[in-house]
Design a protein around this ligand. Sequence first.
Ligand code: AMP
Ligand code: MN
Ligand code: MN
Length: 321
Amino acid sequence: MKTELFSQLYSLIKSSKSVAIISHVSPDGDTLASSYALKLFIDSLGVRADLFCEDKCPYSYFFLIDSTAYSTDDIDENKYDAFIAVDCADALRTGKYSVIFNKKNRTAVIDHHKTNVGYADINIIDETAAATGVIVFDFFQSVNHKMSREQAELIYAAISTDTGNFTYSNADRRAYNVAGICVESGIDVAGLTKCLFKDKSINKLNLIASAILTIKLHYDGKISSMTVSNDMLEKTGCTYDDTDELINYCRDIYGVKAAVLVRETAEVGVLKVSMRSNDVDVAAVALSHGGGGHTNAAGCNLKMPLLQGEELIVKELSELL
Ligand code: AMP
Ligand code: MN
Ligand code: MN
């Protein structure tokens, strides 16, 4: 079935002069690196590929990709013959570009979220893939494309970021296998790992310290929560981009089955909720608030004050215990 979908995607690309590739809002390593690897492939076919993301690329990925290649502008639909969403669980995750997918005209989605119901003409959704990067790799193989070293770095980065540097339960044999093929192309794994997972500013360390102080345990320590306010960002000289992995501190506490991080965003009153679990399905809670994700990692937005959001999600997570 996937072979057929891959050949449909290939035909869509080959029959286009220009393709728009779209990453999800609040972009992460998987959506950015997978879309960039795909762009390089499409370029190599002599077809123009432009990258779009409603939100700016976080500075922590500047070492990996040409961040100026991502446009935050509206897409002029007349300029493109095809539109491909990468790692976007639903049309809304493409942000303002969702209108394009609502029309369903020469659209495709490549994704691995189990909550993705398919919202494009060509829906390549494989929830068994650890990262969208794994599916992009499969696509390259199906069309006999040999990855360049740069593409191997990107695919490796996509997989390593979505698996928490191969520490989450989605780090399966297939993920390691694809990563191994990337390593064979001579990529600098230690260098990539340092840039992706270790390097940080002193401001970020101060933010981590203040975020850890907000951690609360609930329900006999089975649920943990953390909050990050805009005030904390201001005081530590950080931006929203610095808040991404904070939830790991919350999830990694002995006895915790589900963890939640609630963040204020630039939009007053809008909260971004991230959930992680060790053995319950947090995607269900995310979905009930219009979000989505995976069993062990999911997210959604809420419109309410910070502490109220924290209380609400903690209560809902407790119902999963
Ligand atoms: P995050 O907590 O933002 O790292 O996201 C965890 C997982 O849930 C990722 O796979 C996201 O793509 C997904 N996710 C986060 N927020 C949403 C949302 N609002 N809608 C759909 N999926 C989401
Ligand atoms: Mn993602
Ligand atoms: Mn992903």
